[in-house]
Write a protein that binds this ligand. Sequence first.
Ligand SMILES: Nc1ncnc2c1ncn2[C@@H]1O[C@H](COP(=O)(O)OP(=O)(O)OP(=O)(O)O)[C@@H](O)[C@H]1O
Ligand SMILES: O=C(O)c1ccc[n+]([C@@H]2O[C@H](COP(=O)([O-])O)[C@@H](O)[C@H]2O)c1
Length: 204
Amino acid sequence: MSAPTGTRPRIGVMGGTFDPIHHGHLVAASEAVAQLELDEVVFVPTGRPGFKQKQRVTPAEHRYLMTVIATASNPRFTVSRVDIDRAGLTYTVDTLRDLRAQRPEADLFFISGADAIQQILSWKDAEKLWDMAHFVAVTRPGHKLTVDGLPRDGVTTLEVPALAISSTDCRRRAEEGLPVWYLVPDGVVQYIAKHGLYRGLHDE
Ligand SMILES: Nc1ncnc2c1ncn2[C@@H]1O[C@H](COP(=O)(O)OP(=O)(O)OP(=O)(O)O)[C@@H](O)[C@H]1O
Ligand SMILES: O=C(O)c1ccc[n+]([C@@H]2O[C@H](COP(=O)([O-])O)[C@@H](O)[C@H]2O)c1
């Protein structure tokens, strides 16, 4: 698990709303571990995503617990509360600052899907991000992976097994009573059912 003496730990950071976490997230993180020789991937559920203010987002504690359940069996996966414990809207510049303070000796690799990486130049303090972490743009079905306009040495592209799964689709399926088995980990299926998440999502 730990990096050999004399080398800096290589830590992936997988930020997301994770509403709910699904196998697309987990495969992307697992592939990043394998291809980039990461020692660990820290999953960071967002607190209040400023960019999703118009949409109903499940309370952070539910999203955090589903992320813990989904990652528990992988010794290289951990979950951080930095974003859900910070007051105010969630921005990656704050996520990376907090993780850097906790892990000053590590090299950070922020993992992002093809859809998210396209938006990065519009993120808060985007110009600061390139010095805070290396960015890993992973392929995602339905999204063209382009890193045009991003600093060439700041971003690595990574082909990951294509899983056409989105949290939006999982929420819709749960709402309509369709199965989410095999789209999300078994424990997450059970957590969604136990807490009645996504029922009546569009009733308001
Ligand atoms: N199937 C997938 N394959 C690769 N990357 C993914 C996949 N699903 C999500 N990601 C990436 O994981 C990160 C967190 O995603 P997020 O939690 O928003 O999931 P989502 O499925 O995109 O959610 P929603 O449908 O609610 O927008 C983002 O960088 C996103 O691009
Ligand atoms: O910092 C920003 O301005 C910003 C804007 C949009 C998204 N992000 C981050 O991108 C990650 C994925 O977000 P999302 O919306 O796809 O769940 C998550 O860690 C967010 O905090 C960050």
